[in-house]
Design a protein around this ligand. Structure first.
Ligand code: AHR
Length: 505
């Protein structure tokens, strides 16, 4: 048994933890859209206009703030006009990035917007720079968001949608340094300026334009984008930055220089290397933020991590291009740690999207065509943490911790903690990342009297534990938290994640 001590100042509020840090990503990849969200209207599985009902119901419980679509790499070969109009007349294409399979365009713009309405989530649409045109992207925005007379509005109306939709977020290509066109940083920066120029605000719809950003900590890429952001007016009433957000992607696997490994079969060494790699996102965000502070000291630009999560070898016997992986307690701990880091950077980090929502990479939900639906351990972290969405960050200081775990030249501090408040309540999330030691965490709650503490715990007998259609091994349970004289004591078993909800007087 090890011990740790912390102090939380309940009366010192920090920045708002944007709800969009709990965003999602759904690509035309493997069984995320087809066989995940989309089963079609003729399916025997309950659906609303072809969208699987139990998937929507499960995700609604997470308060998903936004959903990014249609890619990823797929975005830069997607032509949106192929995905509108009568479904039986839509052309097919080949999804060259993901499995080289036929994409029949049954799920397109109207289906995606219907999904967002069902989820009550903001759409984040990612446009095609790599193989598309400025006109194509500009007309997509017109089709989606314009009211009144225009060619795209007439087309939308002919396809059955009278009123424009609200589209707050629009991405200008994806991974332009790689699958999105193999561009050099300066070349993409100019392209982003050109495309952004024609991404118009129609009526009341104000777009938040997101430039395709760096891989991991590639600051050269980010700096090129930052140099390209200047105010433009073009006769508009309000001058604005040419794009408002800059993204980056960061994936977690077993660690630098080692194989990705299996999602479910790993030892303590791989477990720790995974946690160290997950921690690496902290330095990456720090680097991008520091650069942004130089070019944008007033913090008018947002940093966005629109792809994050674990990336393991695919499950044996599945299509390698479908990126289908199981999801264990280890993945849940990676998610918990990411959220602690995201909260710590809430001043600059305005959105993050886990890759991906259903059946791909670090999914919330795994489904099969027979109707099974599995909630993964990662799902439960999103659910347990949802009280942090749009809450104000509280300072949480670890003042004594167990010895770090040493792996080669790296160290892992096994305790992680974050806290936020909505005024009359506070939410604490804590992780014990040790694979072998249980932990007693004592927290000095300062600044405001606390009335009640309600704790929940996500744990299992081993970090490889995961859920299947046959058996649920990882799901949250009510847990003990002792509150006495402003001191909270929480027992966190090895490899566990816990939350405590506090009622503030
Ligand atoms: O999420 C899977 C893929 O990872 C995305 O399509 C791409 O953007 C990234 O490389």
């Amino acid at each position: 048994m090890s011990t740790a001590a912390a102090v939380i100042d309940l009366d010192v509020t920090g920045p708002k933890i944007s709800k969009h840090l709990y965003g999602h990503f759904a690509e035309h990849l493997g069984r995320c859209i087809y066989g995940g969200f989309w089963v079609g209207e003729d399916s025997e599985l309950p659906n609303t206009g072809g969208i699987r009902t139990d998937v929507v119901d499960a995700l609604r419980a997470l308060n998903i703030p936004n959903l990014r679509w249609p890619g990823g790499c797929f975005a830069d070969e997607y032509h949106w006009m192929d995905g509108i109009g009568p479904r039986d007349q839509r052309p097919s294409m080949v999804n060259t990035h993901w499995g080289n399979v036929e994409e029949n365009n049954q799920f397109g713009t109207h289906e995606f917007m219907a999904l967002c309405e069902l989820l009550d989530a903001d759409p984040y649409i990612n446009g095609n720079v790599g193989s598309g045109t400025v006109r194509e992207m500009s007309e997509w925005v017109e089709y989606l968001t314009r009211d009144g007379a225009s060619p795209m509005v007439s087309l939308r109306k002919a396809n059955g949608r009278d009123k424009p939709w609200r589209v707050p977020y629009f991405g200008i290509g994806n991974e332009a340094w790689g699958c999105g066109g193999q561009m050099r940083a300066e070349a993409y920066a100019d392209e982003a300026r050109r495309y952004a120029t024609y991404l118009r605000d129609h009526g009341d719809n104000e777009l938040y334009r997101i430039a395709a950003g760096a891989s991991d900590g590639d600051l050269v890429w980010t700096e090129a984008l930052l140099k390209a952001v200047s105010q433009m007016n073009c006769g508009r009433v309000k001058p604005r930055k040419i794009f408002q957000g800059v993204s980056f992607h960061y994936y977690t696997h077993g660690g630098e220089g080692i194989r990705r490994g299996s999602a479910t079969e790993f030892g303590d060494d791989h477990f720790y290397r995974t946690m160290i790699k997950a921690n690496g996102i902290d330095a990456v965000i720090r680097g991008h933020s520091a650069l942004m502070d130089v070019y944008d000291p007033d913090r008018t630009l947002g940093l966005i991590c629109d792809e994050w999560g674990t990336w393991w070898e695919v499950e044996p016997g599945t299509n390698p291009g479908f990126l289908y992986q199981q999801n264990t307690l280890r993945d849940a701990l990676v998610a918990g740690r990411h959220f602690d880091i995201f909260h710590a950077h809430a001043e600059r980090l305005v959105m993050a999207n886990i890759a991906q929502t259903v059946n791909v990479l670090q999914a919330m939900i795994l489904t099969d065509d027979a109707g099974a639906l599995v909630l993964t351990p990662t799902y439960h972290v999103f659910e347990m943490n949802k009280g942090h969405q749009d809450a104000l960050r509280l300072p949480a200081h670890l003042i004594s911790t167990p010895d770090p775990v040493e792996i080669d030249d790296d160290q892992l501090q096994p305790v992680s903690l974050t806290a936020s408040t909505t005024g009359d309540r506070a939410l604490l999330s804590a992780s014990n990342l040790s694979a072998t030691e249980d932990l007693t965490l004592s927290i000095d709650l300062r600044g405001r009297p606390v009335r009640n503490a309600t704790a929940r715990l996500l744990s299992a007998d081993r970090p490889q534990a995961h859920n299947t259609p046959e058996a649920t091994a990882v799901s949250p349970v009510q847990h003990e938290a002792t509150l006495a004289d402003g001191k909270l004591t929480l027992e966190l078993p090895k490899h566990s994640f816990g939350t405590v909800s506090l009622e503030l007087a």
